[in-house]
Design a protein around this ligand. Structure first.
Ligand code: ADP
Ligand code: MG
Length: 243
């Protein structure tokens, strides 16, 4: 499980995460919802140390980090190894093939053997329906295909958690479906995931837990059933598009 406790993040003196605490259970899919600018990306990036909060505790059970203290290179490496981020715009390396995009980090960062890593990468590509594309370059693929590859790239690192920040918001609806189906499949297989999304239908089908963030605070932290079927007035407004 990942727990964050009393996390405070400021930008230009303004608190964008306000003493926020939340758990992300292992083997489950937690979906983070909330209006634009509420702090969802900042929260997600704090888990991967892409953002460094002023204070708070990040607790992976076996490893803990106090954001207010200096962090050693080793601790930072150990924490980062536990998560892999999938970005909104996939961010594939344009000069590397699909296979190289997936295998570079496991080989160079994790020092995994090349052959074993490539075999695993090819398996992942098969799983997302892109087995034929290993030797192409990203520019030869659609946005939906590129995003499926970036999911393979994240999984190739063998993370405990896959973090996804609006993974389909840059995709046309017909390309979005293929990506969402893969994420639903991963969720069913018990892959620990934390997903920020604006797609309510997807949130409803994939989430084991919903966290609703507003103004740097957690307004709701409970089951999808409660969120969608028994919403508070504020959540009703959010769901009907009055953000
Ligand atoms: P969300 O992902 O929910 O849309 P963010 O976490 O991106 O929200 O942003 C939360 C708040 O922090 C917003 O007010 C945003 O403008 C601000 N913010 C985010 N990143 C930065 C940054 N690098 N510098 C200054 N302000 C930022
Ligand atoms: Mg965001």
């Amino acid at each position: 499980m990942i727990s964050v406790k009393n996390i405070v993040k400021k930008y230009d003196g303004k608190e964008v995460l306000k003493d926020l605490s939340v758990d992300f259970p292992s083997g489950k899919t937690t979906v983070i919802l909330g209006p634009s600018g509420s702090g969802k990306s900042t929260l997600l990036r704090s888990l991967d140390l892409l953002v460094r909060p002023e204070s708070g505790i990040l607790d992976f059970g076996d490893i803990k980090l106090d954001y207010s203290q200096p962090v050693s290179k080793k601790l930072s490496f150990d924490i980062r190894k536990k998560t892999s981020m999938v970005f909104q715009n996939w961010n594939l390396f344009p000069n590397l093939t699909v296979l190289q995009n997936i295998t570079t980090a496991p080989i160079t960062v994790l020092k995994r053997p090349k052959q074993e890593t490539e075999e695993k990468a090819r398996k992942l590509l098969e799983q997302v329906g892109l087995g034929e594309y290993a030797d192409r370059f990203p520019s030869q693929l659609s946005g939906g295909q590129q995003q499926r590859i970036s999911i393979c790239r994240a999984l190739a690192m063998n993370p405990e958690y896959v973090l996804l920040d609006e993974p389909t918001s840059a995709l046309d609806p017909e390309l979005e479906t293929q990506v969402l189906l893969i994420l639903e499949e991963l969720s069913k297989m018990g892959q620990s995931m934390i997903i920020v999304t604006h797609n309510m239908e997807f949130a409803r089908s994939v989430a084991d837990k919903i966290v609703f963030v507003e103004d740097g605070d957690i307004l709701f932290d409970d089951t999808p059933d409660k969120f969608f079927n028994h919403p508070t007035t504020r959540i009703k407004d959010f769901l009907s598009g009055i953000t």
